[in-house]
Design a protein around this ligand. Structure first.
Ligand code: VNL
Length: 393
């Protein structure tokens, strides 16, 4: 080593190669490299989710370095273009060829579900940073989640609606896992609270057209429309909501925070003003930690962090803490070190429930307001420490 360093010093022209070699030597000296295989939709319909999660991961590493548990952390990023068969193939390759210690990312529920058997079989901890159907964490004992669940937020907005003179609701959800959860948990709770869901509408995950369903909503004339759509579809929905004149027809819009997503919110315009949603993260969350997070994120990227970015950032926090606790060990030991972790996130305090491996977090009721010229989800009520209601059966 000494000789190599010495000789490299003299090779003035080979500075770049020298750095690479020194880097490799340093990695060996401190116990090697631990790879994290990140699978995200970087292209295709859910690309905004991939872009936000990746930016969250990068910010964590820019702030905390690339060392954890005495090892050098290396991210191996793969694009599944939102095709679950591709996610499965990429996960297999990451485990077998790249020997990753952790699988992470997962933009949509079908991608997480397709990967679950690989996590189980290879005993690789799998950190779900984005997808949010309740049952995902039950698909493998190796899955841990840092995003949220649709039941967590749907139950919270149902309670708020019932308390605020909303009696008759039409629901509109995206027709797959998280939409099923949102529809069911909203309706069950709202009915228990004395309200009525008069119609349940759905739109396809791919290329939805909201015009026909919005016409039905108009005809039903409910007090409010409750909506869940995956991140990335909110702006198009709001545009059609305004075009159909539903905002003027006295039908209130309530939703999960996926619809007034910080990634798109400021482009939605005045139609979004006053929309009330329930969610676990707002870029306007007033904690000191979040203000620092948003400032650093916006300095590094030319866009605002949304809940997907926070899922990526906290997922890295979880992985780093677990690697530090196990001194870089993987498999079951690494998984066990993730269970029961408690820390402050930019969203507020979070806990990884040791039994369910799912996230327990505060859910906020927010209203879209203009703050210093930009649209934000301004939190005005907190429901503390919400466990996934999908697990309490
Ligand atoms: C999912 C849930 C995806 C919520 C989302 O955006 C979302 C999912 C892409 O579980 O597929 O906002």
């Amino acid at each position: 080593m000494k000789t190599r360093r010495h000789s490299l010093h003299r090779l003035a022209g080979a500075a770049l190669a020298g750095l690479a070699l020194l880097g490799a030597a340093a990695a060996r000296a401190d116990g090697g490299t631990v790879k994290i295989g990140v699978i995200l939709p970087m292209t295709g319909q859910q690309a905004s989710t991939g872009r936000e999660v990746e930016a969250g991961i990068k910010l964590w590493m820019a702030q905390h370095g690339n060392k954890a548990g005495g090892k050098t952390v290396e991210i191996v990023l793969r694009d599944d273009a939102t095709v679950p068969d591709t996610t499965r193939r990429l996960a297999q390759e990451l485990v077998v060829n790249d020997k990753v210690a952790v699988l992470a990312g997962f933009g949509i529920t079908p991608a997480a579900m397709a990967t679950a058997p690989i996590a189980t079989k290879s005993q690789t901890p799998m950190v779900v940073m984005a997808a949010a159907t309740s049952s995902i964490t039950e698909a493998s004992p190796f899955i841990v989640r840092t995003s949220f669940t649709l039941p967590q937020v749907s139950v919270s907005i149902a309670d708020w609606a019932a308390k605020n003179k909303i009696r008759k609701v039409v629901s509109l959800v995206s027709d797959y896992g998280p939409g099923n959860d949102a529809e069911k948990y909203f309706a069950d709770r709202f009915t228990l609270d004395g309200g009525t869901v008069v119609e349940k509408l759905r739109t396809p995950l791919r290329s939805p057209d909201f015009a026909p369903v919005l016409q039905k909503v108009r005809d039903d004339a409910p007090d409010a429309l409750f909506v869940f759509l995956p991140s990335g579809q909110g702006a198009q929905f709001m545009k059609q909501f305004a075009e159909r004149g539903l905002d003027k027809a006295g039908i209130r819009l309530i939703a999960t925070g996926d619809v007034t997503d910080d990634d798109q919110l400021d482009q939605m315009g005045d139609v979004a003003l006053g929309v009330v949603t329930a969610h676990h993260y707002s870029a306007a969350h007033p904690s000191a930690m979040n203000q620092k997070f948003v400032a650093a994120f916006e300095a590094a990227n030319k866009f605002r962090p949304n809940f997907m970015a926070v899922g990526g950032y906290d997922g890295m926090h979880l992985i780093y803490d677990a690697l530090n606790a196990t001194h870089g060990a993987g498999g079951q030991k690494l998984l066990d070190a993730m269970k029961g972790q408690v820390f402050e996130s930019p969203r507020g305090p979070i806990l990884i429930d040791a039994q369910t491996r799912d996230i327990v977090q505060d859910v906020y009721i927010r209203r879209v307001e203009r703050v210093k010229g930009q649209l934000y989800n301004v939190e005005f009520e907190t429901i503390a420490s919400v466990k996934d209601p999908g697990k309490s059966k």
